[in-house]
Design a protein around this ligand. Sequence first.
Ligand code: DGJ
Length: 724
Amino acid sequence: MQIEFVEKSQLFCLHTGHTTMLLQAADGHLGMAYYGPSVTAQDAVSLLETKECAFTPTVMPRELANYRNAYPHAYPGYGCGDYREAALRVTAANGASAVCPLYQNYRIYDGKPELSGLPHSFGSDCRTLEITLADEPLSLTVTLRYTLFADSDVIAQSVRIDNHGTAPLMLDRAMSACLTLAGQYDMITLNGEWARERHVQRVPLHTGRQSVGSICGISSHFHNPFFALCEPETTETQGRVYGLCFVYSGNFEAVTDVDNNGSVRALMGLHPETFRWELQPDEGFQTPEVLLTCTAGGLGAMSRCYHDFMRRHLIRSPWLYRERPVLINNWEATYFDFNAEKILALADAAADCGMDLLVMDDGWFGRRNSDDSSLGDWFVHTEKLPDGIAPLGEAIRKKGLRFGIWFEPEMISPDSMLFQAHPDWAVQIPGRPLTLSRAQCVLDMTRPEIRDYLFARMCSIIREGGISYVKWDMNRRITEAFSPTLPPHRQGEFFHRYMLGVYDLMERLLEAFPDLLLEGCAGGGGRFDAGMLYYCPQIWTSDDTDAAERVKIQYGTSLCYPPSAMGAHVSASPNHTVARNSDFAARAHTALAGTFGYELDITKLSEDERAQIRAQIADYRRFSPLVREGDCYRLTNPFEDGDFAAWMFAAKDGSEILITCMQIMCRPHMPYRFLRLQGLIPDASYTDTQTGEHFSGSLLMQAGLRVPKLWGDSRSCLIHLKKD
Ligand code: DGJ
């Protein structure tokens, strides 16, 4: 990791272990001369050529507009010649909307400042480059901040915009990162719906704009705040890839703009459609950060880079490297139909099977017997739990289990005591009907008094119940965005202030209960993003727990996020979402590639099935360190081959490998499959711990490992290799 400034060529060279980003302050503008695999600075001299040449835009004043429209701006403004997608748009007090940030100065220092109120990466061995640009007519500065980490190829970028003038300015757009790349690329995005989150889509970039984003208040099931640009020939194991991952959980836009000369601009940031922010004199605005990365090693290398980075520099929880408790969640076991007896019966069965934690899901509060009521009334449901939460927690702990609970803090049911007392706490536009979703409304998380109420109620339940795990759910998208506490011209701040409010409450909760295991959730995986990972070391990946569906969902999620953060449970067969039957082992093997738990009525299982659970938990205890701390390799792509899937986890020191093979659909006359393993030491020898067979690393990587015949649909096996 090194940041240098070459005075003569005004070149900033940012070197991570395997990549270089070159930024050059040419002719007053700051340009991105290069970003990609490592180069030395001398290579860069001609990259931002500005001398005159026939029909090429030059810096001559008479051609400044054309020059600006071709220049690879590191942070492009709007209205001064550049007609491509802008990173920054500002409206001045007189209504004018031009802004052109020009290079001023720089600062290089050790460490990385905190982004107060926002989730952000951190590290002890890192260095930061701050480049300040200024728009003098607006008295506005833009500070671009790039942090490099000694042990990673990720560069964290964020932006601060300050108003030094005497009049207010309106920020209409403040993206967090902008890349300019030469060449042709495919755009990879993660898209979906409830129960079908983060399916991978790869499409070639074409001239003009392509974008995905969210305007519904959460990062969403529809699109994920991550995208990759890869060269068309890039595969899982080779080729150049760029990743842009937004450390944020609300509205975002990921956008590319290819101009008519083939130059690619890629931006990530707060979605401009739902963002306007007033900057008073002497006020500043800090954008959330983007984690940039580049590799020549294909999609697998990009993913492993992100996984390591998030584990080392983003997820703060003390649970990060601890064995996560094997949990039983009562949701698919009982839905709303439970009481203390049923919960204790589940706890008995869970203890008998060797589980660690019982999670009481939705339905334990207010008068909540269906999803029609009570959100916001975070008081124990006295009919279901007549003795209260404290004795229940005690009884569960006596059985040797920890106690976890479900909250949906951001919500309010119109049929609730809270709504009766504070109808104005629900997000709504005066005079406009409330648009319900799952019969519920969203609380105005921008308001401190509402967060105070939630904090007090949550703390009281957590303390009384002796709770050590909280599942923080969020089951609807925001409509009629508006807060009565904001003046009319500041309503564009609502969505970002909402997210700041959610982060604030999470932060307060974790400060009050530092050892709390917080699992994020949003109607399944509607808020699986790097912002949430700062608070939650695990996030519920999807309500779809069918093995075959999960293979795709977990594959897509793993493109950016570590499997050790993916909530994964074994549920009933036939599956409650798709009614598919699948083998018990296949469901367990899929869940082993994430955090591990059960979500079915285990009181009804036979002794033989309980014995299978005990064996599955033993597998989890044995193999979970590989998932939690090791390297993940995707060996097949379920979006290309829907019949068979395989993935592997390898210990960082190469001593152990776990391979999971899953036959999703059995076909007649299937040829034997050979799985080419990855990341092994070619001349090392590996032993299959079940069969005792020996293989060389080179054989396993070049010829491949023969997959045992699997008979039937949704059948799977684990193969465990140890280095001799
Ligand atoms: C959605 C979650 O994804 C489920 O696991 C469950 O907690 C329900 N909400 C409860 O309402």
